[in-house]
Design a protein around this ligand. Structure first.
Ligand code: OAD
Length: 249
């Protein structure tokens, strides 16, 4: 794809990069975006109604099974060229911090140096009462949908993700905010920019004077303020950007 004029120059002039990714980043790997996640028997449920502590309290089996289904999908997919391009791009900045709303570990699998997971990780399980981690061996060796928790007599295993209405992992958001205030360039990739507080990061970066680059085939509320709004997929745009940077070393 052709990149807009001035984009590579703006990146060349930047030292600190912040990259925020959302479900659209994983779409080309075969993970449905969050707001398109429902197929088959799940079509009758809205994801927003399953990803809450209330839903788990009301029907732990339903929520556990929904996450089990998504885990199975994620186990079968691999990072795509856009994930690899983000790893390549690290060499062009003094620092590039990757902050993701995704819970699928695809950035880590691709080899990104440091990934802040704002919404946890779907492969982990935690105790519904204490929040403590539950190891895989326990989950595998204990039947139940969900299995009981080893940490609390009334506890159940639940996915180690952040649900609507819950706090983000301690420190993760603070680190991301500090970087948003400090970065020279901020990418917002494959996110509908709807879910707070993650959605605030590129707006904070913009307010603080950073160049904001959005990559999304569909415009969002961020598009009007983004210096560059690339209506393209993550793989298309990021491979073009990595190639552009390599050419202008
Ligand atoms: P959404 O599903 O809300 O948005 C996905 C975005 O990706 C949309 O704006 C699409 O246009 C865009 N998109 C689709 N395919 C793309 C592609 N190939 N390349 C680039 N962009 C593409 O997902 P998020 O914004 O990540 O949190 O949702 C944020 C949070 O909402 C999720 O982390 C989840 C949910 O609540 C929790 O569960 C706490």
């Amino acid at each position: 794809m052709n990149l807009p004029e001035g984009l590579i120059t703006a990146l060349k002039n930047a030292n600190k990069a912040l990259v925020l990714t959302g479900a659209g980043m994983s779409a080309e790997s075969g993970v449905p975006t969050f707001r398109d996640a429902q197929s088959g028997m799940w079509e009758k449920f809205k994801p927003e109604d399953l990803a809450t502590p209330q839903a788990f309290r009301n029907n732990p089996r339903l929520v556990w099974d929904w996450y089990a289904d998504r885990r199975e999908n994620i186990l079968e997919v691999s990072p795509h060229a856009g994930h690899a391009a983000l790893v390549e791009m690290e060499q062009y900045f003094d620092s590039l911090l990757l902050v993701t709303q995704n819970v699928d570990s695809l950035h880590q699998q691709a080899g990104s140096a440091e990934v802040i997971e704002l919404h946890g990780n779907i492969m982990r399980s935690i105790c519904s009462e204490t929040g403590q981690m539950i190891d895989d061996e326990w989950i595998k060796s204990h039947p139940g949908r969900p299995p009981a928790s080893p940490h609390h007599k009334h506890g159940l295993a639940r996915p180690g993700v952040v649900w609507f209405g819950e706090e983000l992992p301690e420190g993760a958001m603070n680190r991301a905010m500090a970087e948003a205030y400090n970065c020279d360039v901020c990418f917002s990739i494959g996110t509908s920019t709807l879910v707070q507080p993650a959605a605030s990061l590129p707006f904070i970066a913009h307010e603080a004077g950073a160049v904001v680059i959005e990559i999304n085939p569909v415009p969002t509320s961020l598009s009007p303020i983004a210096r560059f709004s690339l209506q393209a997929t993550a793989a298309e745009a990021l491979t073009a950007i990595a190639a552009g940077l390599a050419q202008h070393k």
